[in-house]
Ligand binder design. Structure first.
Ligand code: AHR
Ligand code: AHR
Length: 516
């Protein structure tokens, strides 16, 4: 545990040094440490099963052991400049630090998710379609933080209205041709809108009839099909129907599956298709359906068109929510054995949340104690003098009001449920939020800016002890006390509170039992 956090800090320092030296030098430093063994990734496995990837999308890692190109492109709000985000080494993890430095102090959206297969099947902003106008929204680039074997990365956070598409593909199955598809999703970020899909759809952005799509659907919609429990379910979006098995509507073998990281599989060929799924963090895939095409007319033979969608329905229906980390489409019907090896590779990639929860369970009450030597009896609090957040000493003899002012209810992050927000224990509905980089308590006004200003991603303490809280919209800045006032601060910067002196101590907090 201690060793791991030492390594993590060492790596962070290395990356910070790399940023100063210029990214190229940094990347080659990390790459040389990692390039000793040849890497096998999902598309190498599909290729050896004779069902090669014809589209391979991921913002978190390479999907071929030899892939060293760009994973995705981000665009920042401040000057509309774009940057490609690549991998730390061939076949390895995303260079999220490059995104963090490019997007520091502004916000970024994901503009392109590159196809790693060599077929040029990149995903970009989806255009208008028969069901909804467009172009669709682009994903906030920091809204789905994750960690793969200790390497920070970002998934694609699809809020309703967000969508990606490619209507001019090459190599993707058409007509009744066979294909396989898998994706890794966040099983806790779903809704019932139509239709959080990844896979094969119409090239016209319109509903052109039954059987014109074959995409993985993931969510809680019961409009067309569903399985046991309350969802989410993995289903196949075959157009004018999400199918959980051979029947329209209910199929008893399709279970609710809501692992934080869920592997979802759909594959289809001539009068044959299958739904499979599992926990992307452990174990194997289960088969939820394997058999003939639905007993509804229009789906046998299929009329696949070969466009690719992410986060929307075939006709650009865009009421859906979800998070995508990686996914592929293959040529040919992959064997279960091939997919089982891919699942093992996904598990080995070590997906986890960025939360070092350390007692930070949503709903729990905590107090946050400073760890700098000046201030080890001081806690983050508000008081009635104003709405500012400060630190002050609290002890068992403190008044009930002081104790309650220094107590916070942990909430799932308002902007990102894998991070946290802090609601005041005695001013219900008021959250710790930054504004002009100072911390205040304020009522949640429901805006996305408020949600971001009030969302912090816990990480191992910057000083080596406790927990640091990274601002979700200013990821170089962490909750810090400075002159007994609370800010978000970077390690060096233009504000007085960005002072490098004691920054690591001032940004490291002991998550403590609640005073009230
Ligand atoms: O099949 C379900 C949805 O129906 C499709 O995604 C969409 O094109 C249509 O509205
Ligand atoms: O605290 C930094 C920014 O200041 C916040 O994101 C915004 O609410 C205000 O403009």
């Amino acid at each position: 545990m201690l060793l791991t956090s030492h390594l993590r800090r060492a790596r962070r320092k290395l990356l910070a040094a790399a940023t100063i030296l210029g990214l190229t030098a940094g990347v080659s430093l990390v790459a040389s440490a990692q390039s000793r063994a040849a890497v096998t990734d999902p598309c190498d496995i599909y290729a050896s099963g004779n069902t090669p990837c014809v589209a391979a999308h991921s913002t978190t890692r390479a999907l071929y052991g030899s892939y060293s190109g760009s994973l995705y492109q981000v665009r920042r709000a401040s000057d509309s400049a774009t940057a490609n985000i690549g991998v730390l080494s061939a076949g390895g993890y995303a260079n999220a630090a490059a995104q963090d430095s490019f997007c520091a102090g502004t916000s970024c959206v994901i503009t392109v998710i590159y196809d790693q297969s060599g077929h040029g099947n990149n995903l970009t902003q989806a255009p208008a379609g028969g069901a909804a106008g467009g172009p669709d929204n682009l994903a906030n680039a920091i809204a789905a933080p994750t960690v793969l074997n200790g390497h920070a990365a970002y998934g694609v956070f699809v809020a309703p209205g967000t969508g990606y598409r490619n209507d001019h593909t090459s190599g993707i199955a058409t007509g009744d041709q066979a294909e396989g598809e898998y994706a890794v999703f966040d099983g806790t970020h779903v809704n019932g809108g139509c239709c959080f899909d990844y896979g094969n759809a119409e090239t016209s952005n319109n509903d052109t009839g039954n059987g014109h799509m074959e995409a993985i659907y993931f969510g809680t919609s019961k409009t067309w099909g569903y399985g046991t429990g309350t969802g989410p379910w993995i289903m196949a979006d075959l157009e004018n129907g999400l199918f959980s098995g051979v029947n329209a509507g209910y199929n008893a073998n399709d279970p609710t599956i809501n692992h934080r990281f869920t592997t979802a599989v759909v594959k289809g060929g001539p009068n044959q298709w299958s739904i499979r799924g599992g926990d992307a963090q452990s174990g194997s895939l289960s088969t939820f359906y394997n058999g003939t095409r639905p007993n509804v007319s229009g789906y046998n033979p299929m009329h696949k068109e070969g466009a690719i969608i992410l986060g929307i329905g075939g006709d650009n229906s865009k009421g859906s929510a979800g998070t995508f980390y990686e996914g592929v489409m293959t040529s040919g019907y992959p064997s279960d054995a091939t997919e089982n090896s891919v699942q093992a590779n996904i598990v080995a990639a070590g997906y986890t949340t960025s939360s070092n929860t350390g007692g930070l369970t949503p709903g729990s009450r905590i107090s946050l104690r400073a760890t700098t030597s000046c201030c080890t009896t001081d806690y983050i609090r508000h008081d009635d003098a104003d709405t500012k957040a400060v630190i002050s000493s609290i002890s068992s003899g403190s008044s009930a009001t002081d104790k309650a002012d220094a107590t916070w209810i942990v909430r799932a992050g308002l902007a990102n449920s894998s991070c946290v927000s802090f609601e005041s224990a005695n001013d219900s509905g008021q959250f710790l939020r930054h504004y002009n980089f100072e911390l205040y308590i304020a009522s949640n006004d429901g805006t996305s800016l408020f949600a971001q200003d009030a969302t912090f991603c816990p990480q191992p303490g910057n000083s080596g002890q406790g927990t640091s809280f990274q601002s979700v919209n200013y990821p170089t800045k962490y909750l810090r006390h400075y002159a007994y006032t609370v800010y978000i601060a970077s390690d060096g910067g233009s504000n007085a509170w960005d002072s490098t002196n004691l920054w690591s101590d001032d940004t490291s907090w002991a998550v403590s039992p609640p005073w009230a």
